[in-house]
Design a protein. Structure first.
Length: 145
């Protein structure tokens, strides 16, 4: 199956910088594939907490991951600096699909790209709930149309 070309930095609307750690490398000398998902989670958390006001310990409405995926283009290794780009591809009443790209150091093409779907739920009932207004406003700012 042919792979599509990597995304460019300009394709994303929000960025968070993540320093790789020695611990992230696997026996092959590059960041282990499972760590890429933690980078995805980190940029999403940065947006929701610092921009959207989410309090992971206290907010009544929280986001649960229900789907993730990643496509790798080239390896990242310690001590690379990762620039995690994020945009919203789709948003419903209680769910959002984030699209994330990881850019290594100053490279213009993504080293990896993926998606992450959150369903927002009421913390107590664990039932789907509307995305809180402040978070929705932040997500709309990074949504692609």
């Amino acid at each position: 199956m042919p792979s599509s070309a990597p995304s460019l930095r300009a394709d994303y609307r929000f960025y968070s910088t993540i320093q790789t750690r020695w611990f992230d490398n696997d026996v092959y000398g590059h960041v282990n594939n499972t760590v890429y998902y933690s980078y995805f989670d980190t940029v999403i958390a940065h947006l929701l907490i610092h921009e959207g006001g989410l309090d992971p310990r206290q907010s009544e409405i929280i986001g649960y991951a229900v789907e993730t995926g990643c496509r790798f283009h080239r390896p990242i290794s310690f001590p690379d600096l990762v620039h995690a780009g994020l945009r919203v591809g789709r948003m419903g009443k209680s769910s959002v699909r984030y699209e994330i790209a990881l850019f290594c150091n100053d490279e213009k093409n993504a080293s990896a790209e993926g998606h992450f779907v959150h369903v927002f739920v009421d913390r107590t009932s664990q039932r789907p709930a509307s995305i809180p207004d402040r978070i929705r406003s932040v997500l709309e700012r990074v949504q692609i149309f």
